[in-house]
Design a protein around this ligand. Sequence first.
Ligand SMILES: Cc1ncc(COP(=O)(O)O)c(C=O)c1O
Length: 467
Amino acid sequence: MLSSKASCNSHGQDSSYFHGWQVYEKNPFDEVENPTGIIQMGLAENQLSFDLVESWLRKNPNAVGMKNKDGESVLRDLALFQDYHGMPAFKNELAEYMEKIRGNKVKFDPNKLVLAAGATSANETLIFCLADPGEAILLPTPYYPGFDRDLRWRTGVKIVPIHCSSSNGFRISMFALEEAYERAQKLNLKVKGVLITNPSNPLGTTMTKDELQNLVTFAIDKNIHLISDEVFSGTVFDSPCFISIIEAALMDNKLKDNTDVLSRIHIVYSLSKDLGLPGFRVGMIYSNNQTVVAAATKMSSFGLVSSQTQFLLSCMLANKKFTSKYMKQNQKRLKKRKEMLVSGLKKSGINCLKSNAGLFCWVDMRNLLSSNTFEAETDLWKNMLCEVRLNISPGSSCHCSEPGWFRVCFANMNQSTLLVAMRRINDFAERSSFNYQQNMGGFNRRLPNNWVRKLSSADHREEQKRY
Ligand SMILES: Cc1ncc(COP(=O)(O)O)c(C=O)c1O
């Protein structure tokens, strides 16, 4: 009765990443109303700098009231027909903001920028432009769980994982790249591109100039595209500083003058993470490839950014004093939060991958597994959710090839909630080590409730079935 798209299950919603959210929704933590509830640490949201945005809004009522600098209403301009090119004033400000985040080392031409309803829509649109159903995109693991939906579900494109490992801090090696490419070929899949997240979700790390240039060279050798999702570029709070893929390409004299190089590099960005505005749905594609820009612009009809939002944000981004202050303060707050999480976990004997960006840490919980398996990882995740009452995302939901790693978010809550979370983990780690010492064959875990028991280690089984 229904289309194959409506009834297929490649959306990825069966992942423990999304299941964790559902369990959280049934019993959300609140310091006063529900202090024993679940703390949400599986959502990469940035709530640390809302006060700065709110303060700006209070001082700029015209932007909210849809009035221009002279106090005249612009309602008609905003409410009537919007074509798919977006508002020039907004695109100019956005291009400048992206330049500022990159230390003004890269120039962005607003005419090469296509607006989309968030990076979710931008990534899908780009895949629609670059690949046909059945063709493949290489994606380093661990990766953002939403990519199964964004890159694969409606486009019919295949994701071929580039398996990265803890042995080199999950960095993308040339060996892993070549291996993924060959694996795709053996499966008769035509590879159309590589997609990276820089800074990485879920690792919270930035890529080096050499790594980026190697990727560009790989893309040229294989005659494929290179997509860099840079939605976390403004969250880099520690050295080394952020290097955008375009900057890395332009730093190499061989690559610089080759127009073909730039036409295969595409950037995805949004204001969801850097400005903490995921509900506003503002994303974009930046490409030097005119055909991609033209096709993506036409496709953007299906996910435009409302004119009201564009107007408000063009006023906000035009205020350079505000954007400078916001970027500085926000990065400072993120750094402090990340350090709180890292030191809190360390006290419980848990280490994190060294990171310098993002709204999360990639946490090594291998010493809490009862065995080195994905089944044990799922057991630990269920325990964390139902017993410790923390929703964190297991590595298997990010398609990590090694069990025992978890993504833990730190910027979507207030500081006192983070301290409660740390206390809970600490108690749990102490109980676990006590149970180990009692030689009970792993930690003695209470069985999770039926609802959660149904949440299987489906993520990993699904992965094994695929590639
Ligand atoms: C790497 C990455 N890309 C894209 C998105 C989607 O962002 P948006 O809210 O702008 O659609 C996310 C959200 O978490 C993300 O982590």
